[in-house]
Write a protein that binds this ligand. Structure first.
Ligand code: URA
Length: 241
């Protein structure tokens, strides 16, 4: 016997999920007759529809349902990794194209950190990427005050004490330039508060600049200037699963 795997959802939830307004705002539009399913006006907000098959029109325009959205943002400095902030601009404010109202950034970058930030509403994927148990690499480019040495590399590889109950998980350091100001790429698999800055602080070197380059298989598109974003390609999205 064929199994019915269609997803049915209330019309008002469908529209609210897609960012057309609050639940009460979209209910009003529905009762006014401004919403159609398959060309037929529907005035009952609780009407269920099949997101795969039914076509919804909202105020005359097609309203396509997307369960998940995935954006790659090159986060600029000065913007906070939050969904809402009283004072500062958030990374979500930069995603002009967004539809879903339940988007969030996957992990936090500090206000002064730049680079790769995935923005989605896919909670399971976020969990897989962030859980230290899953050992997903996060690669950062870093500029620090002071000379980086092979000893620093060893200390990070062993797992450095950053003042928590346990040392940080082993991290990989690839020194790109060593001098009064040094440059390197560091690979970590966890994401504690100020993790990279605290690791270098433990080595006696302060971070001057930090940019995330990669998270798992997802690599920052260098074509994106700070503040710019784009949707993930199908290949990028599948690669993360
Ligand atoms: N580690 C930090 O110290 N800051 C970040 O923003 C990300 C990782």
């Amino acid at each position: 016997m064929a199994v019915d795997v269609t997803v049915k959802i209330r019309l008002d939830k469908y529209l609210a999920d897609m960012g057309y307004g609050t639940r009460s705002e979209v209910k009003k539009e529905i009762t006014r007759g401004n919403v159609q399913i398959n060309g037929v006006p529907v005035r009952r907000p609780e009407t269920k529809l099949d997101t795969e098959k039914d076509e919804v029109t909202y105020q005359g325009n097609s309203a396509v349902y997307e369960e998940y959205e995935y954006y790659m943002l090159n986060k600029p400095a000065g913007v906070v990794s939050a969904t809402f902030d009283r004072k500062d601009r958030t990374v979500l404010d930069l995603i002009g194209e967004r539809q879903r109202k339940d988007l969030f950034p996957v992990g936090r970058l500090d206000k002064d950190t730049e680079g790769l930030l995935l923005i989605t509403n896919d909670g399971e994927l976020a969990h897989r990427l962030l859980s230290p148990k899953k050992h997903v690499d996060k690669v950062y480019y870093v500029k620090v005050q002071g000379r980086l040495t092979a000893e620093d590399e060893e200390r990070l590889a062993e797992g450095i004490d950053i003042g928590e109950a346990r040392p940080a998980l082993p991290a990989g350091l690839a020194i790109l330039k060593s001098g009064e100001i040094s440059e390197a790429e560091i690979t970590i698999q966890e994401g504690k508060f100020h993790q990279v800055k605290r690791m270098f602080h433990a080595l006696g070197k302060e971070v001057l600049y930090l940019k995330r380059l990669r998270m798992g298989t997802l690599v920052l598109d260098e074509g994106l200037k700070p503040g710019q974003y784009r949707r993930l390609t199908e290949k990028e999205r599948e690669g993360l699963c």
